[in-house]
Design a protein. Structure first.
Length: 770
DNA sequence: AGCAAGATGCTTTTT
DNA sequence: GCATCTTGCT
């Protein structure tokens, strides 16, 4: 406290260039603090300055713990704190990396042994399948994805299999409980954890061991948590325990940017922070330093449509800026072309390529955009970091390394036993696995004793033995240099030779990829304090898409809206503002459109100067051309800041465009749509030699469900319906409710109307009945 | 055993 | 459309 008075807000460089609320947040000393930070309000600046201020006023850096969600955010924060000269000893981690670090310390308490493996989604799916097999449950009866989601959910709530089974009342629940139990057993056997474990196990240890919690409280006297709106229950508990004694918890975030509810994030954590900590000081950062007035106005008006939120008055002194462009196209193809043309134009006017970002709801959309960019020679990059680590050759190499660190990692072992092929086929593997199960011994041990596995032919056993020798040989490198371990694995396993051969035969340059892995290992060795193969692998497992975003690469960036959080660009294009896309259809069925609106809000507020929102009337999705309807979010934007433009020049021409008016008559019967698209588009699309066909109610032959019991289960946006008074219209969106299924329908002459389907005289238009 | 073609399934977002 | 699994062939 003594140092505080001596610091002058005018002259202190840590405080000088802050606005009032920012300064209040930075200077807050003890007790809970909630910083509600609107987009572009200088949140990161506040966090880093606060850390610096704490240090400058006498807190040792090693008593501060900062937690973020992505590695990129953690690295960024570390860098910025270093610049302020206070990094020494401070912990800056992601929740998951912190989990790894603490679990290693906890050891048996966290139910892990040294060298434990982190299973990613693909590994996890494999284990779920094995668990289903053990429980003798067919994957058709219980889909692996469904089981996985339920188990993940349970782990977020700290529910172990036993507790899960105790509260399971229905058949399905009990089934999932059994799978969960088997799944946990397999992880235990394999000394592996999944992503959720990294949080759940830490939370359980903290909850059950007050002495450990107390020790950590003494070590970390100030806890800063970024993106608090995205915390799930386990993370919430970790944060709470870690600040339980000193209560010096500083949470920063924005409920309006909570976009991870689907994976367990609970927006209530931030909305109810003040209930959890009644003495909390709340600071609102509402001045935006990023976007123009128009962009901010659009974002504010949109997000106001949400009910569950804390209102903030976002403002800027940057002036109105350009109007926001809302573009309508006949087809997704036109959208991509037009955007690429616009980038070329603006580039000629002097904008750098890295001024631009293209954002979309689902990755599948990126393809068309990429093509249009490529044709014009526009350099671009897709923000997808895991892509590298998901390549087959990389996964193969990593699987070898994983086995070296953790010989019980069966998923990895099964992956490499015959990669590259060495004559160990399916039957041999099945027999080995069976023998391992029967003897209840690790698979590698059984392989080691292959000769004594009676079911195996001597020739097969000999090949297996040779493989085990290879592993033993590689094992020698596991304790030394990480890069050496990688390159020796490549050389001795035969992977390298295999890849070289494939390349000579005209394959792509996959050798370069594995060489890049060696480079990554070298880089890691240079950076890490105590490099080990175990740590390298664990870090790799926690690498995500967001981490790969490099804003200064000099290229146009393509990314999902989720990946865009935390970034900003002078020019932003958000594509596919269509019902079913943004908002995503799943949200329409499950009734959480608010999160989609927040996602849209996040996208809009990434833009500094110019913003383009676009949608198309039809789009190629999953190989089928589907009719699309404009997003309800477009109607929620303030008209006065929007410049509407219609590039659908083949439209029926009943109105002129570019004058702020979007024609409402997109109810065109299917025959006409079909004719139009076949006549004018088929030539442009290489894949579409044949006349594209679709039926409005189910273009792909699959039926999408609301809930299986709903009579409107197969209604989906884009389909045609008939209202007894208003005639034929296009379904815009549909939202289930208890006996009150709401739907919005766009009519030819009557505009858009919302109905309760149970009450309104609306029915599905049968094929051919137009 | 191992490969290639064909069938099937699945596709929101990600630590 | 793509990835994965299955089937059938060598």
């Amino acid at each position: 406290m003594s140092g505080m008075k001596t610091r002058n807000a005018r002259t202190d460089p840590v405080l000088a260039d802050l606005n009032d609320p920012q300064r209040r947040a930075v200077m807050h000393r003890d007790g809970p603090l909630l910083v509600l930070a609107g987009p572009g309000s200088g949140k990161t600046r506040v966090i880093t300055r606060r850390a610096a201020y704490l240090v400058h006023t006498g807190v040792s850096a090693r008593h501060i713990l900062a937690i973020t969600f992505t590695n990129k955010a953690a690295d960024e924060m570390k860098k910025r704190i270093e610049v302020l000269g206070v990094a020494g000893g401070m912990w800056v981690y992601t929740f998951h990396a912190l989990g790894v670090r603490l679990l290693r310390e906890f050891g048996p308490l966290g139910r892990v042994r040294p060298g434990f493996t982190i299973y990613d989604e693909a590994d996890r799916k494999r284990v779920i399948k094995d668990a289903l097999a053990i429980c003798k449950i067919s994957p058709e009866l219980l889909k692996p994805e469904a089981a996985q989601a339920k188990i993940s959910d349970a782990k977020n709530r700290l529910k172990r299999p036993q507790a899960f089974l105790e509260s399971a009342d229905f058949f399905e629940q009990r089934m999932i409980g059994r799978v969960y139990e088997a799944y946990e057993q397999l992880l235990e056997q394999r000394n592996a954890v999944d992503f959720d474990d990294l949080l759940m196990r830490v939370a359980i240890v903290l909850r059950g061991h007050p002495e450990i919690t107390e020790r950590l409280n003494k070590r970390f006297r100030y806890v800063l948590i970024d993106e608090y709106q995205d915390t799930n229950h386990a993370q919430y508990l970790i944060a709470r325990h870690l600040s339980q004694h000193h209560r010096n918890i500083c949470a920063t975030g924005d409920p309006d940017q909570s976009i991870y509810g689907w994976r367990g994030a609970d927006i209530r954590n931030i909305l109810e922070f003040e209930r959890d900590y009644p003495d909390a000081v709340v600071v609102r950062l509402e001045q935006n330093y990023r976007s123009t007035g128009n962009i901010l106005k659009a974002a504010s008006k949109l997000i106001r449509c949400n009910r569950r939120r804390k209102h903030k008055d976002l403002w800027t002194d940057r002036g109105e800026g350009e109007p926001i462009n809302v573009w309508r196209f006949e087809e997704g193809y036109d959208e991509a072309e037009r955007i690429a043309d616009t980038i070329v134009e603006l580039h000629k006017e002097g904008r750098s390529y890295n001024d631009f970002a293209l954002m979309y709801r689902v990755n599948a959309i990126s393809r068309g955009l990429e093509e249009s960019l490529r044709h014009r020679g526009i350099p671009y990059k897709i923000a997808r970091g895991v892509e590298f680590y998901n390549r087959k050759e990389i996964r193969d190499t990593l699987a070898y390394l994983r086995v070296l660190v953790n010989p019980t990692d069966t998923v990895a072992l099964l992956r490499i036993v015959n990669t590259p092929t060495r004559g160990i086929g399916k039957t041999t593997i099945t027999r080995l696995v069976e023998a391992a199960n029967d003897a209840d011994r690790p698979l590698l041990e059984v392989m080691r004793a292959a000769a004594s596995v009676s079911a195996l032919k001597p020739a097969a056993a000999a090949r297996v033995q040779k493989f085990v020798e290879l592993i033993d040989q590689l094992q020698a490198f596991a304790g030394g240099s990480v890069a050496d371990a990688v390159s020796n694995t490549l050389a001795l396993s035969g992977l390298e030779a295999d890849l070289r051969k494939a390349e000579e035969e005209g394959g792509e340059d996959r050798l370069a990829n594995v060489e890049e892995l060696v480079t990554a290992a070298k880089r890691y060795e240079d950076e890490a304090e105590q490099p080990t193969l175990e740590d390298f692998l664990q870090r790799v497992a926690l690498t995500s898409d967001q981490d790969a975003v490099d804003e200064s690469a000099g290229v146009v960036l393509l990314m999902t809206l989720h990946a865009a959080k935390g970034l900003e660009f002078p020019v932003v294009f958000i594509v596919g503002l269509e019902e079913g896309m943004l908002p995503h259809e799943r949200s329409l069925y499950e009734g959480d459109v608010e999160e989609e609106r927040r996602l849209c809000f996040v996208g809009i507020t990434r833009a500094r100067e110019r913003l383009y929102l676009s949608h198309a009337e039809q789009r190629l999705l999953r190989g089928a051309m589907l009719p699309r309807c404009e997003s309800q979010f477009l109607a929620e934007l303030p008209d006065e800041v929007i410049a509407w433009e219609n590039f659908d020049n083949e439209s029926d021409g009943e109105s002129s465009f570019g004058d702020g008016f979007i024609p409402l008559d997109d109810h065109r019967p299917q025959e006409r749509l079909q004719r139009r698209s076949s006549k004018s588009r088929a030539k442009r699309r290489r894949e579409f030699d044949d006349e594209p066909t679709f039926s409005p109610d189910d273009p792909t032959g699959r039926v999408l469900r609301l809930t299986s019991s709903s009579p409107y289960a197969d209604w989906q946006p884009g389909m045609l319906v008939r209202h007894e008074t208003f005639g034929v219209g296009t379904l815009q969106w549909i939202r289930p409710g208890d006996g009150q299924t709401r739907a919005s329908i766009q009519f030819a002459r009557h505009g858009r109307k919302t109905f309760i389907l149970e009450l309104a005289p609306v029915h599905k238009l049968q094929r051919g009945s137009v």
